[in-house]
Design a protein around this ligand. Structure first.
Ligand code: CMP
Length: 139
């Protein structure tokens, strides 16, 4: 099976706490190659658009506030089965339920401030990659 690209975001909690380097190392040890990355400060409009699928959820406005509270680090990552493997490596949304050794078990503070986002399907990976990276930036 050929390699696949997926989108991850090191969220403002983990980025602000200085964990970006450790999280990238963890992902590289899992075989992911960094294809694009940039520090971003999301506007409210951008955060609302990125998480539009959660618009009706009770945590939506709090999530948008958190994601705009400081810089974050969107990344394009390549690997065989990148989408599903990254979901395994980051662990459950709620760090209390995340398996030991996963990124969220190690760095997440709560179900909202959970250190990292990863696209949950190949279709969403494509949409989310396009949200942050023009095709020409993906090397
Ligand atoms: P993420 O994987 O980025 O996808 C949606 C985000 O919403 C999720 O990580 C959490 O940051 C947040 N989230 C999901 N469920 C809850 C919840 N029950 N309460 C607060 N925030 C949540």
């Amino acid at each position: 099976m050929s390699d696949e690209l997926t989108l991850a975001i090191i969220k403002p909690d983990a980025f602000g706490a200085g964990h970006a380097g450790d999280i990238i190392s963890h992902l590289e040890e899992e075989g992911f190659e960094l294809r694009a990355a940039r520090v971003a400060e999301l506007s409210r409009e951008q955060a609302e658009a990125f998480y539009a699928v959660h618009r009706e959820k009770p945590f939506f406005s709090s999530l948008v506030q958190f994601m705009t509270s400081g810089p974050c680090l969107p990344m394009a990552l390549e690997r065989e089965n990148a989408v599903s493997h990254l979901r395994d490596v980051i662990g459950a949304t709620d760090p209390e339920e995340a398996d030991p050794g996963t990124v969220r078990a190690e760095y997440a503070q709560s179900v909202e401030r959970n250190a990292i986002h990863a696209a949950d399907s190949p279709d969403n990976a494509e949409r989310e990659l396009a949200f942050f990276f023009p095709r020409t930036e993906l090397v």
